[in-house]
Design a protein around this ligand. Sequence first.
Ligand code: SF4
Length: 74
Amino acid sequence: MEELFGNRIPPACRYCEHAYPAETEDLRICTKKGLVKEDFSCRAFRYDPLMRVPRRPLEVTHLESEEFSLFIDL
Ligand code: SF4
């Protein structure tokens, strides 16, 4: 599964398959360790890509339509 987003996934409970969301945003409920912080990790970490929340894309503003066209001089 690590291949989906590269092999350098830093272990964190926020996207471990043993964790479930807790009521508090920065905590997870782990089936092995109990209540843990989302940036905590242990040796039992198993990456779950479905738990990963992608970063929001940058907002693009003030671009004109000419910036999206290609001009080729023949
Ligand atoms: S404590 Fe370990 S097993 Fe539990 S969610 Fe975090 S990394 Fe996964």
